[in-house]
Design a protein around this ligand. Structure first.
Ligand SMILES: O=C(O)C1=C[C@@H](OP(=O)(O)O)[C@@H](O)[C@H](O)C1
Ligand SMILES: C=C(OP(=O)(O)O)C(=O)O
Length: 449
């Protein structure tokens, strides 16, 4: 099934930014491990937070969904016998953290995922957990998902991780480390990417009462055995999801107002705000009213600058889509981690945008795909079929790029918005974008509604 999407001439309205996915996932985890009842207000309800809830229920948490908040009865760090399969679907974060946590409970647990997850890099994490005493075996391919964790405990000690493959390895060890028998140290080699996500992990752990410290360069971590404490947490907006709405608002003349916008985020992807401002777009916060207003009267973007995305990896596809319309050039570097994401995101965006006529080159650093340079135009012919490469963020970014083309485009992967931004299509329909699901690429065009 493909989604046919007609272009638009204007974009305006009031939209709610979805709540943060990484913050919701972390809050579900700390509440699961804590003693007592935690409440998580303004949580994000989407497939990937549902996958985290299902995994945490399998670990023993009782999770009740209320209107506007979750109530979680934690396990006080003592797992009931699990002895089962935990499904992480396509979520790298769920697989990595649950695999680490399965080390500190007493029964064999199989942790598995879908076809994309089985392809992702897991070896450094599995080795680090083994250094701490875990007994983990891969079931199908060596050092990949699915795994069986025999649940023989974590003794503690020092483990080693690379900083340039995924910050989720560090996050996963940090979540399990307080439940080890002794203190845990993590030594990270090479440059550390996605530091903003590690900071979010450190903040969640500290707020939950965990004794953890990190060196200034984030290459050394120390965790003492400590107990997770229950708490009430309020989740704020997600800047990766916001990036699609902000970018759409920036591509057209008109005023867009975003609600659920507190502007106090630790997410690296908050960088989308100053980037748009540099491109000539007015973005202003009314923090008392939790509103963000975007105005771009000329609907044009002025460029010629470089963005380092090593701390905001998830807006890389959004920036490629936006760059297609920047007068000048937009150069993005430091994006090498995205080649290990659900799809190799720079290659995916460059291949699909090139197919649509966009002038974009992939940038390599010592043979590693690390960024891109895009030289934008006012518009493109459109009328093409673009693939999401099985990745929700590629779909949402290509959808965005298509809005200013001259003819309707067709996209695969539209169902995947439910992973992180379930109201994506509804929001854009409200803004006047006409879409229609079509069976086959060559099927006669249906009326778009
Ligand atoms: O900890 C997290 O919630 C995440 C960490 C980052 O992973 P990488 O460090 O692998 O980029 C990010 O890209 C991912 O979307 C979410
Ligand atoms: C966080 C994401 O993915 P993962 O957890 O699979 O890395 C994402 O694609 O938003």
């Amino acid at each position: 099934m493909l989604l046919k999407v007609a272009p638009i001439n204007s974009f305006s309205g009031t939209f709610r930014i979805p709540s943060s996915k990484p913050e919701t996932q972390r809050a579900i985890l700390t509440a699961t491990l804590a003693e007592g009842t935690s409440r998580i207000f303004n949580d994000l309800r989407c497939d990937e937070t549902q996958t985290m809830k299902n995994a945490c229920r399998a670990l023993g948490a009782t999770i009740t969904e209320h209107d506007g908040h979750l109530e979680i009865q934690g396990i006080a760090g003592t797992f009931p016998p699990i002895g089962r399969v935990i499904q992480s679907r396509g979520s790298g974060l769920v697989f990595r953290i649950v695999t680490a946590l399965a080390s500190v409970q007493p029964s064999p647990v199989v942790v598995t995922g879908d076809a994309t997850l089985r392809n992702r890099v897991m070896e450094p994490l599995l080795q680090a957990l083994r250094e701490l005493g875990a007994d983990i075996e891969s079931i199908v391919s060596e050092n990949k998902a699915p795994v069986v964790n025999w649940g023989r405990g974590l003794k503690g000690g020092t483990c080693h991780l690379p900083g340039d493959i995924s910050s989720q390895f560090i996050t996963a060890v940090l979540f399990a480390a307080p439940l080890a028998q002794g203190p845990v140290e993590i030594e990270v080699s090479g440059e550390v990417y996605s530091k903003s996500y590690i900071r979010q992990t450190l903040a969640s752990l500290t707020d939950a009462g965990i004794k953890v410290s990190a060196s200034d360069d984030m290459r050394h971590y120390q965790v003492e055995p400590s107990a997770y404490q229950a708490q009430d947490i309020t989740i704020h907006e997600d800047y990766t999801s916001a990036s699609y709405l902000l970018a759409a608002a920036a591509l057209f003349p008109g005023r867009t107002v975003l609600t659920n916008a507190y502007g106090d985020s630790m997410q690296g992807e908050f960088a989308i705000v100053p980037i748009l401002q540099q491109l000539g777009v007015s973005v202003t916060f009314d923090r008392d009213a939790s509103l963000l207003t975007v105005d771009n009267p000329p609907g044009s973007l002025r460029g010629n600058f470089e963005v380092d995305v090593r701390d905001c990896p998830n807006i890389v596809p959004t920036l490629a889509a936006l760059g297609a319309y920047v007068q000048g050039s937009l150069r993005v570097t430091g994006g090498r981690l995205t080649r290990f994401h659900k799809a190799s995101r720079i290659e995916a965006m460059a291949a699909e945008l090139t197919r649509a006529g966009v002038d974009i080159d992939v940038l390599y650093d010592n043979g590693i795909c690390d960024g891109f340079e895009v030289r934008g135009a006012r518009t493109y012919p459109g009328g093409v079929t673009l693939s999401s490469w099985g990745d929700h963020r590629i779909f949402m970014s290509l959808f965005l790029a298509g809005l200013r083309m001259r003819s309707a485009n067709r996209f695969s992967g539209f169902e995947d918005v439910r992973l992180s931004f379930p109201t994506f299509l509804e929001d854009f329909t409200t803004a006047g974008v006409r879409t229609a699901a079509v069976q086959e690429e060559n099927e006669p065009a249906q009326a778009l509604g």
